[in-house]
Write a protein that binds this ligand. Structure first.
Ligand SMILES: CC(C)=CCC/C(C)=C/CC/C(C)=C/CC/C(C)=C/COP(=O)(O)OP(=O)(O)O
Ligand SMILES: O=P(O)(O)OC[C@@H](O)CO
Ligand SMILES: [Mg+2]
Length: 233
């Protein structure tokens, strides 16, 4: 079966803990041409705020995924296409590599495996909430990141490797090294994409670029530019 993300170039990640710019609706953001919406964030996640965003997006015609930051915020909703579940390869605590996942399965039993997908994160911005939470070792050179990407694909069978610079624009050479190291797995890049150029540069290396804060800080036109760049690259 072809992976859902096989044809994607662009994901819009919406944070249920953040507001939208004045006058912008979830419907407007769903209509930017993005290939998928991912609902998630690190801090301030609840079942309630997740559900509110999922329901606001579900009525629009774009594939909708939840990216839960811990097992207690996973929601079941007919509007969801599936779940993108992070695991942080450079986390300082095993809880964020396999521990949270073990707890989820222990509590829930049999999951909806056919629509549950993993994302092998390499967290690179030490200032980001996700780095603090997971105690990630962000002191990584390009060859370290390439090696993490390789083990994610070849040793751990991960189909998505996600180089995450959440909140800041990353090192292109690092993303390029990750891209070169992967054979079949998809490379997702996220962090600090804010206009056509920044989107286009990362999209030349990554299979899929993820745009987050821009939707909350700038709105629809800015997001549309990044979609165009992702499709041009
Ligand atoms: C097993 C289950 C269901 C969940 C575990 C999931 C894991 C391992 C999460 C750890 C990494 C994490 C918190 C991912 C959430 C997605 C993410 C990286 C969002 C970006 O967050 P930031 O942009 O840093 O945070 P804020 O926007 O909230 O400040
Ligand atoms: O919010 P930004 O910096 O665009 O990052 C996107 C995404 O990778 C966050 O998980
Ligand atoms: Mg964020």
């Amino acid at each position: 079966m072809t992976a859902p993300w096989a044809d994607w170039n662009h994901i819009l990640k919406l944070d249920p803990d953040k507001d939208l710019p004045e006058g912008v609706t979830y419907g407007d953001l769903c209509a930017t041409g993005t290939d998928a919406i991912e609902v998630g964030g690190t801090m301030g996640m609840t079942e309630e705020n997740m559900t509110a965003v999922i329901e606001a997006c579900a009525e629009h015609d774009v594939p909708l995924y939840q990216e839960p930051s811990n097992p207690s915020v996973v929601v079941e909703n007919d509007g969801l296409e599936g779940y993108l579940i992070p695991t942080v390869f450079n986390a300082g605590s095993p809880f964020w590599i396999t521990g949270a996942h073990k707890e989820w399965v222990r509590l829930e039993g049999d999951l909806e495996w056919d629509r549950t997908y993993m994302e092998a994160y390499i967290v690179m911005n030490p200032e980001a909430d996700v780095a603090t939470l997971t105690e990630a070792d962000c002191d990584l050179a390009a060859d370290d990141v390439a090696a993490y990407a390789t083990i994610a694909e070849q040793m751990f069978g991960q189909e998505i490797v996600y180089v995450e610079y959440s909140g800041t624009y990353g090192e292109e050479s690092v993303v390029e090294a990750a891209a070169e190291s992967l054979k079949e797995s998809a490379l997702f890049y996220g962090g600090g994409i804010h206009d056509y150029d920044s989107a286009h540069r990362m999209a030349t290396h990554a299979d899929v670029i993820v745009v987050g804060n821009l939707a909350h800080d700038e709105g629809v036109d800015a997001v549309r530019e990044t979609v165009k760049a992702a499709n041009d690259a």
